[in-house]
Design a protein around this ligand. Structure first.
Ligand code: PLP
Ligand code: COI
Length: 341
C-alpha cells in the first residue's frame, strides 16, 4: 500500500479529508447495514434534530502503525461502550457495540494510505459520531439518525508537542451535577467554546474546570482528564461523576500500577492541594499525556517542580509506556490492541 504524500512530521491536530467514511442510517426503529462512501458531505433537513436541539454525540480514538508494521486501534470496545452511554443519555438509538468496532476497522482499512507510518509522530484520528437527522420542532428526540465514522491523520493536539502547558482555573462551568458531563455530547463542547477562546486570548493553553456545585474540586479540561503525581510518587486522578471517563486515563492508571509499580489513587482532588503536587498532566486520545507546567488561579501561579521545559519524570515514564504499548514496542495487556491489518 503506497502512503499518501503527506508531511507526517509536521501535521497539527486538524481535519484532512480522507478517501472513505462509514455511514449508517436509523429509520423505522432499525439501523441499516451501513456503507463506506466517498461522499464527505452530509445532507439533512433544515429542521434536523441535531441542528435545532443539538442531539448529537461523538467518540475519538486513534489507529497506529506498530513497530512491526501492523495497523492497530487502542481499546475500541471502550469507545463503543461509552458511545452507548452517550446515546442512552441523549435518547438516541445505540449503534451495536460489535458493529461499531467492525465499522471502525473498515474505515481504517479503507484509508490505509492515510495511516501515518511508524515513527512519524502522527496517528490516524478516528471520529465516530451520531446525530438526529429528521425534522424536529417540538422539543423531543428525533425518529431518524445517522451514524458516521471518518478518519483524518493528525499530529499533536497542543502546538509545541510535549512542551509543558500553562492553564488557568476557569470561572465558567463545564458540567452540572446530574447533567451530561460524563458523556461525550456535542453540547458539552459547544458551551466550552467561549471559555477556550477567552483562555487563548489571555495566553493560556487550556481551562481547568472545577466542580460547579462547590468550585473546590478539580474536574477536567475541555478535552482531557487530569493526572497528578504527588511528591512521594503516587499517581492521583480526580474522581467525579461529572467528568468524561477517559479511556486514556483509565489505561494510564493501569499502566502506572501494573507496569511501573506505582501507587495510584482515584479520588476527589481539591484545588487547594494542587500546589503540593510534583507533576501534572492532561490525558486523552488527542492529548495523549500532555505535561502541565503552570496553573494560574486568578493571579496566583502554581508552578510544578517539573518546570516549563520538559515532562516530569513520572509523566515521561507513563507517556513512554503507554505509547510503547500503542505502537507495539511494549507488550499490551490482553485485549487492548485490536489488530486491523
Ligand atoms: N475529557 C474530555 C472532555 C474529552 O473530550 C476527552 C476526549 O475524548 C477526554 C477527557 C479524554 O478521553 P479519552 O482518553 O477517552 O480520549
Ligand atoms: C479526543 O481526545 O479524542 C477528544 O475528543 C478531545 C477533543 C477535544 C479533540
Amino acid at each position: 500500500m503506497e502512503k499518501k504524500n503527506i508531511d507526517w512530521g509536521n501535521l497539527g491536530f486538524g481535519y484532512m479529508q480522507t478517501d472513505k467514511r462509514f455511514v449508517s442510517n436509523y429509520k423505522n426503529g432499525a439501523w441499516d447495514e451501513g456503507v463506506l462512501t466517498e461522499d464527505a458531505n452530509v445532507v439533512i433537513s433544515e429542521c434536523a434534530g441535531v441542528l435545532q436541539y443539538a442531539q448529537t454525540c461523538f467518540e475519538g480514538m486513534k489507529a497506529y502503525t506498530t513497530e512491526d508494521g501492523h495497523i492497530v486501534t487502542f481499546r475500541p470496545d471502550l469507545n463503543a461502550s461509552r458511545m452507548k452511554d452517550s446515546c442512552e443519555r441523549l435518547q438516541m438509538p445505540v449503534f451495536p457495540e460489535d458493529k461499531f468496532v467492525e465499522a471502525v476497522c473498515k474505515v481504517v482499512e479503507a484509508n490505509e494510505a492515510f495511516v501515518p507510518p511508524y515513527g512519524s509522530g502522527a496517528t490516524l484520528y478516528i471520529r465516530p459520531y451520531m446525530f438526529g437527522s429528521n425534522p424536529v420542532i417540538g422539543v423531543k428526540p428525533a425518529d431518524e439518525y445517522q451514524f458516521r465514522i471518518f478518519a483524518t491523520p493528525v499530529g499533536p493536539y497542543f502546538k509545541g508537542g510535549v512542551k509543558p502547558l500553562t492553564i488557568r482555573v476557569c470561572d465558567y462551568d463545564r458540567a452540572a451535577p446530574h447533567g451530561t458531563g460524563h458523556i461525550k455530547a456535542g453540547l458539552n463542547y459547544a458551551m466550552s467554546l467561549y471559555a477556550i477562546v477567552d483562555a487563548h486570548n489571555q495566553g493560556y493553553d487550556e481551562n481547568m474546570y472545577l466542580d460547579s456545585a462547590t468550585r473546590t474540586y478539580v474536574e477536567e479540561t475541555g478535552g482531557a482528564n487530569f493526572l497528578f503525581v504527588t511528591k512521594d510518587g503516587k499517581v492521583v486522578t480526580p474522581k467525579s461523576s461529572t467528568i468524561l471517563p477517559s479511556i486514556t486515563r483509565r489505561s494510564l492508571m493501569y499502566v502506572a500500577k501494573e507496569y511501573l509499580g506505582l501507587e495510584v489513587e482515584e479520588r476527589q482532588v481539591a484545588l487547594e492541594e494542587v500546589k503540593d503536587m510534583a507533576e501534572c498532566g492532561l490525558c486523552g486520545t488527542a492529548a495523549v499525556i500532555s505535561p502541565v507546567g503552570k496553573i494560574v488561579d486568578h493571579g496566583t501561579e502554581i508552578c510544578f517542580p517539573s518546570g516549563m521545559t520538559e515532562m516530569g519524570p513520572v509523566t515521561k515514564k507513563l507517556y513512554e509506556t503507554l505509547t510503547g504499548i500503542q505502537m507495539g514496542r511494549i507488550e499490551a495487556p490482553e485485549g487492548w490492541l485490536k489488530v486491523i491489518k
